[in-house]
Design a protein around this ligand. Structure first.
Ligand code: BEZ
Length: 233
């Protein structure tokens, strides 16, 4: 039931957005206690699921586990969360182990009082109504939130899209470039728009001399191999 207290709590809740520092927390997990800040220096894919012993969630955990080497290659720590208890998590992960032989290779938080879920806006009356309970926070090595995705309970996430987004975020961070629609690793990237008139004219008149492919002075692509990493990404 939505009462005044709930409405007030919702109104005053800090709205977590891309660019904010991910609030730190300590939690009970299937791998023992953890603190979010212990993963500083790594990317973190922090994701919630509606509940243990449910089919879509099970398929997601199996998919995450199978792609763990790909996340590891990208310096990404997977971190799951739900409001189930640690014994429930252990029972569910044991069943997954029995079904598939997979030992879940990342911690799963038992957020019994939903305090972490509340901190991250993973639960609220309208969201429960909408069943929008598969959240993904991509957190960078400085503990800054770089992307937030929300999926409904009925539809599992695409792990390949999450890997692609991480690749794109890492390229943007390292080289200061953007990536176009449907970008895949190896595709050309978009360079920042010209900042002086001379630069704009050069891009418009002779982009090849700058190793650029420009469709307009403000719409230029290049290959990543032409770029050098930023000094302090
Ligand atoms: C599932 O994971 O299968 C699921 C969980 C909550 C609601 C609907 C489906």
């Amino acid at each position: 039931m939505i009462n005044n207290e709930t409405i007030e709590a919702e109104r005053t809740r800090v709205c977590l957005t891309i660019g904010r520092i991910a609030p730190d927390f300590t939690a009970v997990t299937t791998e023992g206690p953890i603190t979010l800040s212990q993963y500083r220096g790594k990317w973190v894919l922090f994701f919630s699921h509606p509940g243990d012993f449910t089919p879509v969630c099970t398929s997601e955990f199996i998919a995450f586990a199978q792609l763990q080497p790909e996340f590891e290659k990208r310096n990404v720590q997977l971190l799951g969360i739900s409001i189930d208890s640690n014994p429930a998590h252990l029972g569910w992960l044991y069943d997954i182990f029995q079904m598939t032989g997979i030992v879940m290779p990342f911690p799963l938080i038992a957020d019994r009082d939903a305090s972490i879920a509340a901190l991250y806006g993973m639960v609220s009356p309208d969201r429960i109504y909408e069943q929008s309970v598969r959240d993904v926070f991509i957190i960078d090595p400085n503990q800054r939130i770089r992307s937030i995705l929300i999926y409904p309970a009925t539809n599992g996430r695409n792990m390949y899209e999450l890997l692609r987004l991480i690749d794109a975020l890492q390229v943007s961070t390292t080289y200061g470039v953007s990536t176009p629609a449907n970008w895949m690793p190896g595709d050309p990237v978009i360079v920042p728009v010209a900042s002086t008139l001379d630069e704009a004219i050069e891009r418009g008149m002779d982009p090849e001399s700058l190793e650029l492919n420009c469709l307009a002075w403000w719409y230029c692509f290049t290959d990543l191999s032409e770029l050098t990493p930023l000094p302090n990404p």
